[in-house]
Design a protein around this ligand. Structure first.
Ligand code: GTP
Ligand code: MG
Length: 405
């Protein structure tokens, strides 16, 4: 047993210098003494076959012999505190010297003797090279049937629908990125969900993506995957974290677009019924439908605002975000808000007059006043959104100034 690392330490094999290289093989490890030695040998073979200069960087938080074995076989070891798989990749960033990066597991489940296809795609100009076990091969017993025939194809299909991408295996752990692309996607995930974050940000940023077939083997005798080591709840927690990252980075699909539909539906109902009930054949649309329209429009508008703010924060759709910022600049936003609130108040005037004239009682329903309410609410919300966008613009420019310094 060795002590768990409590700070970041970079170990170089004796005689090796931290020179620039073409390819960095970056692989986290946590107590993998059964497999890590052979794994580093596989990497050397893969690098030789690919004909590149390379570093093998094992990002390690082990308390067993893993780091000593890795360095003895000629890998660099970055000792990092155990803060999760995603965090291990983030910790590794300053120590990556290659212009291309291939990542994966140190457990001999992915075949790192086959690095050449990744290098070929990088040379052809691709920015993300995703391994695909479905295009390659899956050894019997390497993947539970539920994941192989249901979970992975379904989640891959959903992500492809949302992002317009063409992945065949979004959960494949062996994947590559240019260092430039890796810096641009600014990984934030600390744990298992880094894998989804990487895939969906690459798709959203429109990186040039290629897939290469990879071989996937079952765990070696005696080796337990970390999910097994952590107990039956671990895969569920991983799924939960992956879902969170998908929801956080996909406000367009979950909030913005449904919001737009709700908003249009609501406004249509309110405007159509502003003059009073409508009868089409045996169907009557009256005040209750208008109230439904009011609710739908307000809810939809809130979703749109949330979607716009989320886009602004994750910075994955710079073009459409810029459009919103230009469309709703401070002056225009305030003018629109004042006009909408003014129109809303004007539409409410007849109701107030009637109320006062009838001794502070209302004698009937006023459809027009519901439309007035809608205008008032939308006007006020637009004012709030304008301020929020203005504030976000300042925060973003502060951040980019700080980054540039
Ligand atoms: N540095 C570091 N490495 C980790 C951590 N958790 C897992 N790893 C390593 O990350 C790689 C992937 O872990 P596995 O246990 O193989 O998990 P998996 O392949 O995603 O899951 P399975 O499909 O169940 O095998 C292995 O090389 C682990 O040793 C961690 O917290 N820190
Ligand atoms: Mg594994």
């Amino acid at each position: 047993m060795i002590a768990a690392p409590d700070k970041v330490e970079h170990w170089l094999p004796s005689g090796q210098k931290p020179d620039p290289v073409e390819l960095s093989v970056v692989v986290p490890s946590l107590n993998e003494e059964i497999t890590v030695g052979e794994f580093v040998d596989w990497c050397h073979e893969g690098i030789r076959k690919a004909g590149v200069t390379a570093q093998i960087l094992i990002v390690d938080s082990s308390t067993d012999e893993t780091p000593n074995i890795a360095i003895a076989r000629g890998a660099e070891v970055l000792r990092v505190p155990k803060r999760g798989l995603g965090r291990a990749y983030i910790d590794a960033l300053p120590f990556i010297r290659g212009k291309w990066v291939v990542m994966g597991d140190a457990d001999l489940t992915y075949d790192f003797r086959e690095l050449a296809p990744f290098v070929e795609k990088f040379r052809a100009g691709y920015e993300m090279v995703m391994g695909s076990r479905f295009l390659g091969s899956i050894e019997d017993g390497a993947m539970p049937a539920l994941h192989r025939y249901f979970g992975t194809p379904l989640t891959t299909w959903i992500l492809n629908r949302i992002y317009g991408s063409r992945f065949s295996d979004i959960h494949c752990g062996m994947r590559g990125m240019t260092m430039d692309a890796l810096s641009r996607i600014t990984l934030r995930s600390q744990s298992w969900e880094y894998a989804s974050e990487m895939v969906l940000k690459s798709a959203r940023l429109g990186l040039r993506i290629a897939e290469v077939p990879v071989s996937f083997y079952k765990d070696r005798e005696g080796r337990l995957s970390h999910h097994r080591r952590m107990g039956w709840l671990s895969p569920w927690i991983a799924g939960w974290l992956n879902l969170r990252v998908m929801l956080v980075y996909s406000p367009d699909s979950f909030v913005y677009k449904p919001g737009l539909l709700l908003f249009l539906f609501g406004v249509f109902l309110c405007v159509t019924l502003a003059g009073g009930p409508i009868t089409i054949g045996s169907i009557q649309l009256s005040l209750h439908w208008m109230l439904l329209g009011l609710m739908s429009a307000v809810l939809g508008y809130s979703c749109i605002q949330l979607g716009v703010v989320a886009r602004l924060m994750h910075q994955l759709r710079p073009v459409s975000t810029d459009l919103w910022l230009r469309m709703l600049n401070y002056n225009r936003g305030v003018v629109i808000s004042v006009l909408a609130c003014g129109a809303g108040l004007a539409l409410l005037v007849p109701l107030v007059v009637e109320y006062v004239n009838h001794g502070f009682r209302l004698t009937g329903w006023s459809h027009l006043s519901i439309l007035g309410l809608l205008f008032l609410i939308l006007g006020f919300q637009t004012f709030c959104l304008t301020l929020l966008l203005e504030m976000s613009k300042r925060v973003i420019s502060d951040q980019s100034e700080r980054r540039a310094q």
